[in-house]
Write a protein that binds this ligand. Structure first.
Ligand SMILES: [Zn+2]
Ligand SMILES: [Zn+2]
Length: 249
């Protein structure tokens, strides 16, 4: 047995790993019980922005916002509904210093990306193009310093590893602090993000297929603003991928 393996095993005996969400002893970053409670986002949802629809209501292929042409991105998709355990997992990742939760969360997002690249079994008019680069939504430098990490970047790293796609954390910057979106109403959220992001390497972005990665999508205002500046800088296609998505019905 190699010495490092021995040390690892002793450490494991002294400090057995615990689930990042419920703190029970478990083998990985999250226990199976918690993972089983993630409410996976499944059909029906808006074909464009991925907004979940009420399964009991008669729905059109697109949601109201997409029919109004609100979004600048090509598509957006999320892995789970932002409720219950899905929400708790995001909170643990972000606010309870559990960055290792990004591993199972990112792996699930990688599956969602895989499905989109395959055209979602023919449901998409055209499958997503394979991204050249993954771009996490940047935090303001002050927030990042306080938290110690950007949760979106951690998620992007995992998706990038699974799909072998590079991640760029310095292509996009948040150039002014924003109020926390969660504390704002729908209208204020769209105002709050205006002009908050900038593409720092405009020449690099030209002609690229980009997937923006974040932890949660609510109104989509932040992702839309990031998409807008990336497209303005010449990105060919911009899609968005988040771990969780709020439900509004
Ligand atoms: Zn657990
Ligand atoms: Zn939509």
């Amino acid at each position: 047995m190699k010495q490092s393996n021995l040390v690892e095993r002793i450490l494991k005996l002294l400090y057995p790993p615990r689930c990042g969400v419920c703190d029970r002893f478990c083998d990985g970053e999250i226990c199976q019980e918690c993972r089983d409670k993630w409410f996976l986002l499944s059909q029906p949802y808006c074909r464009w922005c991925g907004r979940p629809f009420d399964p009991n209501a008669k729905t059109s292929p697109l949601c109201g916002l997409c029919l109004q042409g609100q979004y600048k991105f090509d598509y957006a998709r999320s892995a789970v509904i932002y409720e219950g355990l899905g929400r708790e997992t995001v909170h643990a990742l972000k606010f309870q210093r559990k960055p290792r939760l990004a591993q199972p969360m990112g792996e699930l997002m990688a599956e969602v990306l895989d499905f989109a690249l395959k055209g979602e079994n023919g449901l998409l008019p055209s499958p997503w193009r394979r991204p050249d680069i993954l771009v996490p939504v940047p935090l303001h430098p002050k927030t990042q310093r306080e938290r110690g990490y950007n949760q979106a970047a951690l998620l992007a790293e995992v998706v990038g590893q699974v799909h072998d796609i590079p991640v760029s954390t310095d292509l996009l910057a948040q150039i002014r602090p924003m109020k926390p979106q969660a504390k704002l109403g729908e209208k204020e959220r769209w105002e709050n993000v205006k002009g908050a992001f900038e593409v720092t390497q405009k020449q690099t972005v030209k002609g690229l297929v980009v997937v923006i990665v974040d932890d949660v999508m609510t109104t989509g205002a932040t992702l839309n603003e990031c998409s807008k500046v990336l497209k303005k800088a010449g990105a060919k296609e911009v899609c968005c991928l988040t771990f969780a998505r709020t439900v509004s019905f």
